[in-house]
Design a protein around this ligand. Structure first.
Ligand code: ZN
Ligand code: FE
Ligand code: FE
Length: 191
């Protein structure tokens, strides 16, 4: 019977999974960029593509620091997230709604990566793989920054313009007013 695996084995496994996830993302990010209407959003996806290529190179350094061959192992988690992103891109949304949805898809991917790198950093530190921990932390910081940038774009106007398109000309009149009590009662009513 084979010996039970250790945390080190699980760590190498997770590194391979994450390596594959990054590779999948280098194919998905250009599609997100292309589908974006907002130039800043397109730019954000394009610059994260550059970063992602650097993250792949960084993971190769991590493997080297552990005397491991560079190898990927199919990441089903990110594949599912990418698949969902593709379905969104097939929808017939107006431009700003599509941008809001692309941000949502991108942030799902970033959060998945943040979870993966968070674990990898913690495990590397616990096992004393300090060089690996340092490199993985750099990527974790980049993923967090990419996520923040997407939040900034969403909250900095994209969500609101999509919301305005969804609910045009909504005025300050309370929507919940009973239908029977239109003008007279609501405004000039006596009591
Ligand atoms: Zn180890
Ligand atoms: Fe990444
Ligand atoms: Fe990322």
């Amino acid at each position: 019977m084979a010996e039970a695996g250790t945390l080190h084995d699980a760590f190498i496994d997770e590194l391979r999974d994450t390596y594959d996830a990054e590779k999948q993302l280098t194919k998905a990010l250009p599609k997100l960029a292309k589908a974006s209407s907002n130039p800043k959003l397109r730019q954000a996806f394009e610059s994260h593509l550059q970063e992602t290529q650097g993250q792949i190179a960084r993971l190769e350094k991590v493997f080297a620091s552990l005397d491991e061959k560079v190898r990927g192992k199919r990441c089903d988690g990110i594949a599912g997230i990418i698949e969902e992103g593709k379905s969104i891109m097939e929808e017939d949304f107006d431009e700003t709604t599509m941008d809001a949805c692309l941000i949502a898809a991108g942030q799902r991917a970033e959060h998945y990566e943040m979870a993966a790198y968070g674990t990898l950093v913690a495990w590397a530190q616990a096992m004393g793989h300090t060089e690996a921990a340092k490199l993985l932390q750099q990527t974790l910081d980049e993923e967090k920054a990419a996520d923040k940038k997407l939040s900034g774009l969403a909250e900095g106007g994209i969500n609101q313009s999509a919301a305005d398109a969804a609910h045009p000309e909504e005025e300050d009149e309370p929507e919940a007013a009973p239908t029977g009590a239109k003008k007279g009662a609501a405004k000039g009513g006596r009591r």
